[in-house]
Design a protein around this ligand. Structure first.
Ligand code: UD1
Length: 419
């Protein structure tokens, strides 16, 4: 049964919101459990559908997985299966992160290729060329990415772009390879650091996490561990931007504010008072936000996952903002929906120019992915009247307890059946 949100604009958001573990970290940490025989525990897991879906992928590979509240216990057998089939994988792209651990553990992996994505093509060429340098053969066969290695050995790998997924897969393969691997131009996202930390707790020898050069000394065997997922910086920043857009006062907890340095600076440029706190940050916006330019880039640049929220902010800011998307080619598709809400926006290639208007105008709109959906809800909070946001299953995939959290801050939102 499909559902949509009814979002009524006009309220300023006020209060405190707690964010859970990072979606983009937890799935990789769960995949890392494949690297060690025995029971690995991951805590602070967010309550989103991708976690049980990933649990199913791991069960299909022979693991026992128990989920309870925010904890997942994964028991990996001595010999996991190496074939992640289409039924398990098709539901979400991130499942491709089992590729590296399976090659490392089984010397063989067959992972069905997930389908297309609304934000642009998402090839795996860098994942594959990295694994090849480690000594694996890798091809796309019958809709699956296949990788096999008789001998996995260290290598010098220079990525042509600091891809998050490729860095993770190569890293998780290299930890059990013979000898030293150096990954140059590696992704530096906090979620990569989280993964490096967990691998080291398991007995891996990884250094340079958070820098562009990762150095991995392969070891023969890893041991299970218990690891706490870092807070979700994208969810946290979504609430921060919402505070700024609604001229509100919101305290966000459960995240390391250092993971959001540039984002918080941008909110300051928009006129917000931003105070870092031990366990998060606080955003107070008193006047109408001012226009701010954004260019998305790999970390520590402005996250592409926050580009839709940046567009929402620009749509109601005083002045003209220029937004440049450098990571995913089709991410501006959702701007059409913002225009439907009265945004004065034009896109040309990977640039968008947005002239802020004082208030948006409610309309029915459709989410195309998790972040676009959240961006549309934020726009609804500053539109007159009631905005219908459809295809909200996308939003549910990235934002646990979205309605409860937004209501807790004074937002007017209702989940209703579309039938
Ligand atoms: C991850 C995040 C996603 C975020 C993105 C960029 C997860 C589950 N998802 O996605 O939310 O938006 O990082 O911060 O963690 N590319 C290639 N070839 C490859 C791999 C990537 O051309 O082999 C390209 C992609 O098409 C894209 C760019 O590199 O244009 C960045 O992709 P990547 O960093 O790999 O993103 P994901 O890991 O898929």
């Amino acid at each position: 049964m499909s559902e949509h949100f009814l979002v009524t604009g006009g309220n300023r958001l006020e209060g405190e919101v707690l964010v859970g573990g990072a979606k983009n970290s937890v799935l990789k940490l769960m995949a890392a459990a494949l690297l060690a025989e025995g029971t690995t525990v991951v805590t602070n897991c967010p309550d989103i559908l991708d976690v049980p879906l990933m649990a199913d992928v791991l069960r299909g590979l022979g693991c026992e997985v128990e989920l309870e509240d925010s904890e997942v216990r994964i028991t990996t057998p001595a010999e996991p299966k190496y074939h992640a089939d289409f039924d398990a994988v098709k539901q979400f792209r991130a499942s491709v992160c089992v590729l590296g651990p399976l090659v490392a553990r089984c010397r063989r992996a067959v992972v069905a290729l997930p389908g297309g994505d609304a934000i642009g093509s998402r090839p795996l060429d860098m994942h594959q060329s990295g694994l090849r340098l480690l000594g694996a053969r890798s091809e796309i066969e019958h809709g699956c990415v296949v990788a096999e290695a008789d001998d996995l050995h260290g290598a010098n790998i220079r990525l042509v772009f600091p891809s998050v997924g490729a860095t993770e897969n190569i890293l998780m393969a290299a930890v059990l390879a013979r000898g030293e691997t150096v990954i140059d131009n590696a992704a530096r996202e906090p979620e990569i650091v989280d993964l490096c930390n967990m691998l080291n707790e398991m007995g891996a020898k990884v250094s340079g996490g958070g820098t562009s050069t990762l150095t991995i000394q392969g070891v023969r065997k890893l041991e299970p561990t218990t690891h706490r997922v870092i807070g979700d910086r994208i969810v946290a920043a979504t609430w921060g931007v919402a505070a700024s857009m609604t001229r509100g006062d919101v305290r966000v907890r459960g995240v390391n504010h250092k993971h959001l340095g540039l984002v918080l600076d941008k909110l300051r440029t928009a006129g917000a008072e931003v105070t870092p706190e031990v366990d998060g940050f606080r955003v107070i916006q008193r006047e109408r936000p001012k226009a701010v330019n954004f260019a998305t880039l790999p970390y520590p640049g402005f996250p592409t996952d926050l580009q839709p929220m940046a567009i929402g902010l620009a749509a109601v800011a005083e002045g003209t903002s220029m937004i440049t998307e450098n990571v995913f080619e089709s991410r501006f598709r959702f701007v059409e929906e913002m225009i439907r809400l009265g945004a004065d926006a034009r896109t040309d290639g990977h640039h968008a120019v947005i002239r802020g208007v004082p208030v948006l105008s409610s309309a029915p709109v459709w989410s195309s992915d998790i972040r676009a959906g959240a961006g549309l809800v934020l726009a609804g909070l500053v539109a007159d009247g009631t905005t219908e946001v459809h295809d909200i299953f996308h939003i549910d995939r990235g934002y646990p307890r979205f309605v409860e959290n937004l209501r807790g801050l004074g937002g007017v939102i209702e989940r209703v059946s579309s039938e």
